[in-house]
Ligand binder design. Structure first.
Ligand SMILES: NC(=O)c1ccc[n+]([C@@H]2O[C@H](COP(=O)([O-])OP(=O)(O)OC[C@H]3O[C@@H](n4cnc5c(N)ncnc54)[C@H](O)[C@@H]3O)[C@@H](O)[C@H]2O)c1
Length: 356
């Protein structure tokens, strides 16, 4: 069985190769071909000969890409990530393609990174680091706020949102959450409220919901206007949750106190590659990097040794479930027995109708 891996970085090669070698029931039967470029309509032909493709957050699996994959003989799509907003699941299902993700690979890794962003932005440690290297020990401009006693608003209380809540409770924060599907786990840490009430009360707002049609630009001119003046906004979820132009306007008006992003609406053109020698034409991204109170990272919240090991292991397990026609608990499409995969059995927040 040939597996074509797109957007493959050196670390993907190490962890996936190791996981395939350790797979108990297929072992050396998996031949992996690594492509460093993204999967798109321009590159899809390179999947020829493969029965399965493995993709990441910025590979685009639109109707035409999926149709091409299917006609090339690809039957399984393995996402080595949790979010699947980049895959047209309806078309995949119609084509009878198996699609599986890795729903939980160290949610703690992402939650811990969100906390790191909050504290870096709040206490200006990134600016202090640069100053001290130039022997500038002045404190002007580095003033932060004590988090203890502040209100933190969490939008989306799934695995990552709850892990974030648990850590922020440890800081002594009051926690509010908004989620159309309340999670009993969160109730240990705080209370659910409406989006409007959360935004008007929170000193820090952190986004942990998936990107879906109803959550696209959930942070927009109107919802930014509801936020407490000088509050901080953190997004480690998906770039499309924030209307970038609206957030730039809120920063310019000094309505928003700070912004920390691990994800960006149009990140697929830049993230995971070195563009330092080129002219970046995305003026919104460049504008964001000029604010002293904005921190942008390149979608790295998941990036820990533990998470990479879990992602690779789960990806290969999803593949072997498909190969052996076993029920796959990470399946994202409902296929018939004849199409070669088992029915979906998902938990509360992962039920498919919510996502499509
Ligand atoms: N930056 C990274 O490296 C990274 C890594 C992993 C995941 N992510 C992102 O984090 C997101 C959350 O991951 P998770 O594992 O916690 O997912 P999850 O499925 O466990 O939880 C998502 C939660 O969002 C809720 N939700 C759905 N619609 C909502 C809405 N309109 N308003 C508020 N909440 C809503 C769901 O009910 C669910 O409780 C993923 O969708 C993914 O986009 C980012």
């Amino acid at each position: 069985m040939k597996l074509a891996v797109f957007s493959a970085k050196p670390y993907d090669k190490v962890y996936l190769t190791q996981a395939a070698e350790l797979a108990p029931d297929t072992g050396s039967n998996i031949e992996i071909i690594y492509h460093e470029f993204v999967l798109s309509s321009e590159t899809v032909s390179l999947a020829a000969g493969a029965s399965a493709v493995c993709v990441f957050v910025n590979d685009t699996l639109t109707e035409d890409v999926l149709t091409s994959l299917h006609s090339l003989g690809v039957r399984a799509i393995l996402l080595r990530c949790a979010g699947y907003n980049n895959v047209d699941l309806k078309t995949a299902s119609q084509l009878g393609l198996f699609v599986a993700n890795v729903p939980a690979y160290s949610p703690e890794a992402v939650a811990e990174f969100a906390v790191a962003l909050v504290q870096t932005l709040n206490r200006n440690t990134h600016r202090a680091y640069n100053r001290v290297r130039e022997a500038n020990f002045a404190l002007d401009g580095l003033l932060g706020r004590t988090l203890h006693g502040k209100t933190v608003g969490i939008i989306g209380t799934g695995k990552i949102g709850v892990a974030f809540a648990r850590i922020m409770q440890g800081f002594g924060c009051e926690l509010l959450a908004h989620d159309p599907f309340p999670n009993p786990e969160f109730k240990k840490y705080g209370e659910y409220t409406t989006l409007e009430n959360l935004l008007s009360r929170a000193d820090v707002v952190s986004l942990h919901c998936p990107l879906l049609p109803p959550t696209r630009h959930i942070i927009n001119e109107s919802t930014l206007g509801m936020m407490k003046k000088n509050a901080m906004l953190v997004n480690t979820s998906r770039g499309g949750l924030i209307d970038t132009k609206a957030v730039i306007a809120a920063l310019k008006k000094q309505q928003l106190g700070g912004l920390a992003l691990d994800v960006y609406e149009h990140e697929s053109a830049f993230f995971y590659n070195d563009h330092s020698g080129t002219i970046i034409e995305d003026d919104d991204l460049m504008r964001l990097t000029t604010f002293h109170n904005v921190l942008v990272c390149g979608h790295q919240a998941f990036f820990t040794e533990e998470a990479l090991g879990e992602i690779a292991g789960a990806t290969i397990r999803n593949l072997t479930d498909f190969v052996h026609g076993r029920e796959c608990q990470n399946s994202l499409v409902q296929l018939t027995k004849e199409q070669g995969a088992a029915p979906i059995t998902r938990g509360r927040s992962d039920t498919i109708p919510i996502r499509i």
